[in-house]
Design a protein around this ligand. Structure first.
Ligand code: NAP
Length: 283
C-alpha cells in the first residue's frame, strides 16, 4: 500500500494521478483533511482516509498499513515542524517501510526562511530511524505563472531577485518524481529536484512579453519596496515576507540547481518556462 498525504492539494493530487498510471488503484490510499474534496479519487478506487496533521489522534488510522508513505509538506507555515513530526511519529508506530517527504531544494544549506521547518522535519525523519527519501523540491513554475494577471496588467514583473537564477519546474514534474520513487525503488535518500533550465526574473519577463506580444519589464526593487508593493496588492504581511525573503535568497543563488536529479528521475526534460507560460496564457 502506497499512502499519499495532502492528496486534496495541488501536488498531492498530481502524485496520486501519476501513481494510478503505475500501480492498481487498490494499492493507493489518499490522506486528506476533508474527504469531500477527494470524492473523485474515491470514485476511481483510491481509498480515501481522513487525517489532519494538527490532530495527531487521527494519524494512526490514516497511515496504518502503509508500505510506503509520502508526506506532502503542509501549507500551514509556522506550524509545519510540529505537524510533520506528528506524521513521522505515526509512521514510526505503523512500521512504514519507506517514508518520503517533500522537502525544499538544498534544505541543509538553503538560506530561505522557509527551509527551517523543512530541515527540522528532515532531522525528525532521520532521528526516527525509518528508511526515508527526501524529495527536495525546488520552486514551482506555477509560483510565477499563476500570478501573471498583474504582470500583464502593469507591463511589469516586480521582485528583489536581481539577476539570481531560479531552477523552477512544474508541479507535475515534482509529482512524477515522487511517484517514481514511491512505485519503484528509491536509489538514494536525498534528491535535489529542480528544473533543467534556470532563468532570471528578467528572462521570465521577456518570455511573458514574447508570448503576450506586449512589452513587459522586470523591475528589481529593494526588498522593503517590493514588500510594500505586495502588501499594497492585498497580500497578508506574513506571505509578503515569505515572497520577499525567497527573492532575496534567490539573488544569492539559493533557488538555483544543476544536479539534473529531477530530469533523471522522471526520464524526460523538465517542463520549460516557455511551456508553462504558454499553458498559463492559454496559447
Ligand atoms: N516548491 C514550491 O514552490 C512550493 C510552493 C508552495 C508550496 N510548497 C509546499 O509544497 C506543498 C505542496 O504544494 P501544493 O501546491 O500541493 O500546496 P497546496 O495545494 O496548498 O496543498 C497543501 C496540502 O496540504 C494539506 N494540509 C494543510 N494543512 C493540513 C493539515 N493540518 N492536515 C492535513 N493536511 C493538511 C492541504 O489540505 P486541504 O486540501 O484540506 O487544504 C493540501 O492538501 C505545500 O503544502 C507547501 O509545503 C512548495
Amino acid at each position: 500500500m502506497i499512502i499519499v498525504t495532502g492528496a486534496s492539494g495541488h501536488l498531492g493530487r498530481l502524485v496520486v494521478e501519476s501513481l494510478l498510471k503505475k500501480v492498481p488503484a487498490r494499492e493507493v490510499a489518499a490522506v486528506v483533511r476533508d474527504p469531500d474534496k477527494a470524492k473523485d479519487l474515491a470514485a476511481r478506487g483510491v481509498e480515501v482516509r481522513r487525517g489532519d496533521y494538527a490532530r495527531p489522534e487521527t494519524l494512526g488510522a490514516a497511515v496504518a498499513g502503509a508500505d510506503k508513505l509520502l508526506l506532502v509538506s503542509s501549507n500551514e507555515v509556522g506550524q509545519r515542524a510540529t505537524q510533520h513530526a506528528a506524521v513521522v511519529q505515526a509512521a514510526k508506530a505503523a512500521g512504514v517501510k519507506l517514508l518520503a517527504y517533500t522537502s525544499i531544494l538544498h534544505a541543509d544549506t538553503s538560506r530561505l526562511a522557509l527551509a527551517a521547518e523543512h530541515l527540522a522535519t528532515e532531522v525528525a525523519i532521520r532521528a526516527s530511524g525509518l528508511p526515508h527519501v527526501f524529495l527536495r523540491n525546488g520552486w514551482y513554475l506555477e509560483n510565477y505563472t499563476e500570478s501573471l494577471a498583474p504582470v500583464l496588467q502593469h507591463g511589469a514583473k516586480v521582485g528583489s531577485a536581481q539577476g539570481g537564477r531560479v531552477a523552477a519546474a512544474a508541479r507535475v514534474d515534482y509529482a512524477e518524481a515522487a511517484a517514481a520513487v514511491l512505485a519503484g525503488k528509491a536509489e538514494r535518500a536525498v534528491y535535489e529536484l529542480a528544473g533543467d533550465q534556470p532563468f532570471t526574473m528578467a528572462e521570465l519577463a521577456a518570455e511573458v512579453a514574447r508570448q503576450a506580444g506586449k512589452p513587459i519589464a522586470y523591475v528589481d526593487l529593494p526588498p522593503d519596496q517590493y514588500r510594500a508593493v505586495l502588501i499594497g496588492a492585498g497580500l497578508p504581511a506574513a506571505f509578503a515576507d515569505i515572497l520577499v525573503d525567497a527573492d532575496v535568497q534567490a539573488a544569492k543563488g539559493d533557488l538555483d540547481d544543476a544536479t539534473g536529479d529531477l530530469r533523471r528521475l522522471i526520464g524526460r526534460p523538465t517542463t520549460t518556462l516557455a511551456a508553462a507560460v504558454s499553458a498559463a496564457l492559454g496559447r
